[in-house]
Design a protein around this ligand. Structure first.
Ligand code: GDR
Length: 339
């Protein structure tokens, strides 16, 4: 059986990737931060499955800066593939905690690359990079070769990590790839990201549990896709004969307002009656017009993002409605708090 190791296994992408790899017949090992609670996490249904947990799915405690522990886990598990999804992923928060964002997102990635460089049996390595590396680009849409011009601490940390992955591929012969992911959302999205904040608010307001939601910039534009489709592309990337970078995006851009419109419309509400603007959610600096060009992924991976904004918003609101009514045990409310 092929073996994979995932950092950030309890996150949105980590949990979808785990489901995906288990379906493909993999043995999956996951790194879990010592202080992250694994009960009530997105993996809960898998923990309950006796055929899976500790049979084909194993968790190991390690922080990203525990290089010795991670080396030991790699030597013990000898994975064929390693998916590096962990890191401080909230862009707004990265302005408040820039040092730890860089420590985990930038240096954490470099430490993993250093460990892999020394291994006799090197796993194929995928780093989840981000459209944030393009910052305020001068080229639309952005593709793999678009220059990086990050404008947030998170984006700068990701640009460092992305460039390091290229260096280890080109200079040390590692099979290392960057999945340059644009925003990708789902019912498992952390509650502090704008789409999930909106889907939860639309559901709670329609159930009469809440009346208002406070948001930052409504004009901000993003290229929003559906997360389960993106983990499929990550896996396809590691099945290629040669390591390479790929942009994963829908190629469509929408404003936060458009997501509000679609989410509230799906429960017959008008968002204008329920949204308040709150300057606490406005960032000191935000990326410009980001829209991804995934033509290379289409040509080489035969991958394209299928789910578009109105459907995505309605999937998320429907799931939150079921969660709030207690009729959706498959989707567990993630741990993150609303910001
Ligand atoms: P982003 O996602 O920063 O693009 O990073 P987020 O959902 O946090 O913000 C998207 C846009 O919405 C605006 N916004 C708000 N954002 C949040 N979080 N909360 C609010 O109340 C709010 N109101 C408006 C933001 O200003 C922003 O413009 C995500 C993360 O998953 C990264 O890890 C990933 O790399 C990128 O997507 C691609």
């Amino acid at each position: 059986m092929p073996t994979a190791l995932i950092t950030g296994i309890t996150g949105q992408d980590g949990s979808y990737l785990t489901d995906f790899l288990l379906r493909q017949g993999y043995v999956v090992h996951g790194l879990v931060r010592r202080n992250s609670s694994i009960s009530r996490s997105r993996l809960e249904p898998l923990f309950q499955d006796k055929q899976i947990y500790e049979q084909r799915l194993f968790l190991h405690y390690a922080d990203l800066d525990d290089a010795t522990t991670i080396r030991r886990i790699l030597l013990k598990t000898m994975p064929d593939e390693m998916y590096h999804l962990a890191g401080q992923s909230h862009v707004g928060l990265s302005f408040e905690i820039p040092e730890s964002t860089c420590q985990f997102t930038a240096m954490g990635t470099l430490k993993l690359l250093e460990i892999i460089r020394d291994l006799e049996k090197k796993p194929r390595f995928l780093h989840i990079s981000s459209s944030e590396i393009f910052g305020r680009p001068e080229q639309w849409p952005q593709a793999e070769e678009t220059p990086m011009q990050p404008v947030t601490p998170y984006g700068i940390a990701k640009a460092f990590a992305t460039q390091m992955v290229r260096l280890y591929r080109d200079s040390f012969g590692c099979y290392a790839c960057n999945a340059i992911c644009y925003n990708h959302e789902s019912p498992r999205r952390g509650e502090s990201f704008v789409t999930r904040k909106i889907s939860r608010a639309a559901a709670a307001i329609s159930l009469g549990q809440q009346d208002k939601v406070a948001l930052g910039s409504l004009d901000a534009k993003r290229d929003w896709g559906y997360a389960p489709e993106y983990v499929d592309a990550m896996w396809r990337m590691l099945q290629q004969p040669e390591p390479d970078d790929f942009v994963l995006a829908t190629g469509e851009t929408h404003q936060v307002q458009d997501f509000l419109e679609a989410a509230f419309q799906s429960v017959d509400l008008d968002w204008r009656d329920h949204v308040e603007q709150d300057s606490r959610y406005i960032r000191p600096s935000d990326v410009g017009h980001l829209i991804g060009d995934s033509n290379k992924a289409l040509t080489k991976l035969n991958w394209r993002a299928e789910t578009r904004l109105p459907e995505l918003a309605s999937i998320m609101v429907r799931s939150d409605l079921e969660l709030m009514r207690g009729t959706n045990p498959a989707e567990i409310a993630p741990e993150e708090k609303n910001r």
